[in-house]
Design a protein around this ligand. Structure first.
Ligand code: SF4
Length: 208
């Protein structure tokens, strides 16, 4: 839901009102991450993991499911987001969800100092799988992220940011008003988003 909200709050609002969050299937990128991590667990490698996270931040209760995380000494060193799409360009908005996840982990005292937010984009499922495999191998050593992202598959691209609590809180401030019922949803229309939006026929804000 937060991912939809950061994409276009009007879309989130339409989806909630149309029961669009019932029986949501994970996307392909997330399924690939699940598969790679399941295989690692079977091999006894436990530093690239995934598990749901939950916690209260500024009066809002979050339940979230990171695509993957790298754990060092019992704390989350990196929160990983994976995407499959044609363009390998990485946008600042790709990191937004990770900042909110960082806040939730931080409240639970599960976030390591100098934690990393890592985005991996690929235009091909096999490439994404190979990239996650590379990351998984690195995650069993001390990870140097600047070096790690150079080792990913050539059809994937990755970028990372240092988690910044102030930036995360500023982002939370932007979304919290909707959930507290203090304001109407804010639409973020664009030709790209609206042309593939399932609610474009209902939406007064759509970009023509
Ligand atoms: S049509 Fe555009 S503005 Fe309206 S909900 Fe969809 S993405 Fe948002």
């Amino acid at each position: 839901m937060i991912s939809d909200q950061l994409y276009c709050e009007a879309l989130l609002d339409f989806r909630i009102k149309n029961n669009g969050y019932e029986n949501v299937e994970p996307g392909e990128a997330r399924r690939i991450a699940q598969e790679v991590i399941r295989k690692l667990r079977l091999e006894g490698k436990k530093r690239l993991v995934r598990f749901p996270i939950a916690g209260k931040v500024k009066g809002l209760y979050f339940v979230m499911s990171p695509d993957a995380m790298i754990v060092e000494k019992g704390k989350v060193k990196a929160i990983v987001r994976v995407r499959l799409r044609k363009s390998l360009r990485i946008y600042e908005s790709d990191f937004s969800l990770l900042y909110i996840m960082g806040l939730v982990l931080n409240e639970q005292r599960l976030l390591a100092e100098n934690a990393i937010l890592l985005v991996i984009i690929s235009n091909d499922p096999d490439s994404l799988k190979r990239s996650l495999d590379s990351l998984a191998n690195l995650a069993n050593k001390e990870v140097n992220f600047a070096e790690a992202i150079k080792t990913l598959d050539e059809n994937s691209k990755a970028a990372y940011r240092l988690y910044d609590r102030e930036a995360a809180l500023a982002l939370l401030e932007k979304i919290i008003g909707y959930w507290k019922g203090e304001r109407a949803p804010i639409a973020l229309p664009s030709e790209r988003k609206c042309s593939s939006c399932p609610f474009r026929n209902l939406c007064p804000y759509k970009h023509f």
